[in-house]
Design a protein around this ligand. Structure first.
Ligand code: SF4
Length: 353
């Protein structure tokens, strides 16, 4: 009977996905694909990968770009720290003169963790490093009947050691990609195709009726809700935006005025939402909505990893020029395209009359 690894490789050869970054050995292009795909579906990521390669054909071009250019190209992918890290890593590589070809060297790049280092190292340089992601956890847990809850440190050690022991030294990159594809296409979370699985004869989960219960999951952190208002101010063809500060989500991206709904929870006027009676100063995160702002859309949900944002969109067209909160600047509305924005702000712009 063929070994587990031989079966994965044979399956990969005939059923693996044909993806453009698999047709190159250029570490720059492979690294780019790995960073883009970290939290993005392949269908969406592929367009961005092509766009990045067209705009920055090599790492020197990316290193020479401004952060704003990189963020603009990244717009819509979310998790903007990935874009900033990508840019900084490009500068690290350009300064060193070549792409690092050791696991430690790749791991030292900004934004590259154990998983990404193993993926790039094995695919671009044939380094013997196993990747362990959700797909790999699932395939190994089911096939080998492992009940250690995934998400724990113990699981990471155990699954990494097992994946490493299965890694064929002559084709580590293909094996890693085969495991990922196998998990994504064959041994899927909800509907694994066990009837047509080349590993069925040796699969512990299938033999013991535990396909539905493996892998065992650890309870994740609670997802919190955060409510606020986005206020698009329009005054004589101009609007007010500010660059989000470093060290917070969407750092470096531009946002409209924000009013924090936490401060509206203290209403003692029979439950109505109190509003700023003056309407002379623009809202900040610590004051209320202007009295004459118009609701465009309510309860827009935006999911972050550990937080759900629930946002109301407003348009505010004051009669007199308001005083802007610190950090905000007036720009011509026609110039908005030149500023990198989070998806949520794009959504507000699409809701404008
Ligand atoms: S038999 Fe089913 S559970 Fe086992 S590896 Fe194959 S698809 Fe996954």
């Amino acid at each position: 009977m063929p070994s587990f690894s031989d079966t994965i490789l044979a399956w990969y050869d005939s059923c693996g996905r044909d993806l453009p970054w698999r047709r190159t050995r250029d570490p720059y292009a492979i690294w780019l694909s790995e960073i883009i795909l970290q939290q993005t579906r392949i269908a969406q990521g592929q367009a961005y990968w092509e766009r990045f390669l067209a705009a920055f054909p090599d790492v020197q071009a990316l290193a020479a770009a401004s952060e704003d250019e990189v963020l603009r190209l990244w717009q819509g992918l979310g998790y903007y720290s990935r874009a900033r890290n990508l840019h900084q890593a490009a500068r690290q590589i350009a300064a060193a003169g070549r792409f690092p070809d050791t696991l430690a060297g790749i791991r030292a790049l900004k934004g590259v963790g154990d998983y990404t280092a193993a993926a790039i190292g094995s695919i671009a340089f044939g380094l013997p490093a196993a990747v362990v992601d959700g797909n790999v956890y699932r395939v190994l847990a089911r096939h080998f009947g492992i009940v250690t809850p995934v998400g724990s440190t113990a699981a990471k050690k155990e699954f990494t050691a097992l994946a490493q022991s299965l890694l064929p030294p002559d084709r580590p990159g293909d094996f890693n990609q085969g495991m990922m594809d196998f998990g994504a296409l064959q041994c899927t979370p909800a509907a694994p195709d066990c009837a047509l699985c080349p590993l069925a004869a040796t699969c512990a989960a299938l033999a013991t009726g535990r396909v539905d219960t493996l892998p065992v999951r650890e309870k994740g952190p609670e997802v919190l809700e955060r409510r606020f208002d986005y206020v698009y101010v329009r005054f004589r063809g101009r609007t007010a935006i500010r660059k989000r500060p470093v060290g917070d989500i969407w750092a470096g991206l531009w946002e409209p005025l924000v009013a924090d709904q936490r401060f509206q929870g203290f209403a003692d006027d029979g439950g109505r939402i109190p509003r700023n009676p003056l309407g002379r100063s623009a809202p900040t995160a610590s004051n209320l909505l202007p009295d004459d702002a118009v609701l465009l859309k309510s309860g827009v949900k935006h999911q972050l990893t550990h937080r759900t944002l629930i946002v109301d969109f407003y348009l505010w067209e004051p009669a007199e020029e308001p005083t802007l909160p610190e950090g905000y600047l007036w720009i011509d509305e026609t110039e908005l395209d030149r500023y990198a924005k989070p998806r949520l702000f794009e959504h507000l712009l699409e809701s404008l009359p």
